[in-house]
Design a protein around this ligand. Sequence first.
Ligand SMILES: Cc1ncc(C[n+]2csc(CCOP(=O)(O)OP(=O)(O)O)c2C)c(N)n1
Length: 343
Amino acid sequence: MPFQKKEFPDKFAALSKEDKVGLLRTMVRIRAFESRVEELFLNRRIPGFVHLYIGEEAIASGVMANLSKNDWITSTHRGHGHAIAKGAQIHRMMAELFGKTTGYCKGKGGSMHIADFSVGMLGANGVVGGGYNIAVGAGMSSMIKKTDQVAVCFFGDGASNRGTFHEAMNIASVWKLPVIFVNENNQWASTTPTSFATSVARIADRAKGYGMEGYTVDGNNVIEVYNAAAALVEAARKGKGPALLECLTYRIKGHYVGDPEKYRTKEEVQKHFTENDPIIRYADWMKGKGLIDDAALATMKAEAEKEVADGEKFAEDSPLPEKEDAYNDLFSFSPSEFPEVVK
Ligand SMILES: Cc1ncc(C[n+]2csc(CCOP(=O)(O)OP(=O)(O)O)c2C)c(N)n1
């Protein structure tokens, strides 16, 4: 689907070589994590459900490179990439997926509840469209406390049809909150193609209805994502209010690991995989500019795989929760204080 391109200032050009390499490293680390998680899940080593971010790495990497630890993000059910790019620790994420006490939720949450407040990652979310109002709340706190913190809310194309999207967009605009709504339009919402259930061809167009700027970028081009996010985050930080950024991408893997994918053809998937892999595209671009070579890329991949393998070992070696702990940490108060609530 063609879209009107806006040329954002080329802030990427001013990045150091190290930072340019850093964008690639983040994508490679996410891919390494996700690829191993897929294998582990298929080998029944991980309980529950996992939704992979493979093929969408440029969005998390390009957006997060514009944020500091003090900024916030809210994530989705497909949240591993967001967490890694925001600075969450891979070994604690892996432990959470394994259901171990050393995980981010002491093993009781799993993939869709990973959060790390210490780096501003306010949480993945099993509820589609559950992140909007949390991001708006974070933006409100920035406004009330007069800090320059920005909140970024990631959400899918399917999630843009939730009522919470419209409520959040409206109030963020009315109060000029520093919230960037980043849509990851991967063309599928579970088994439903975007066009089947979405009233507009471009989700960015929905911004108009709320008096907000809305833009569409190629979400598999990390440079485009970086430059768009740089402009919108900077504007929000200066008090210019929220914006909507639609990043066009494609969900390479099934909706969840194990999805039989009867709703689309193998050819459709293969085409995106071979022609539009964000890591290959950026790595090739960097090679062309002499910023990286094959040996450095191989080393980067090996380091990422080692980090993931170490995380897996940490998870394996960690204990499972005790059954006595089942009711602990479920509420912000201790259940023993209110026995009538938790019988
Ligand atoms: C409120 C709610 N409704 C339905 C679901 C079931 N569900 C989980 S993921 C999903 C599709 C979400 O699609 P999209 O927002 O496009 O994100 P994607 O999976 O493509 O990343 C649905 C319907 C849910 N988890 N929460």
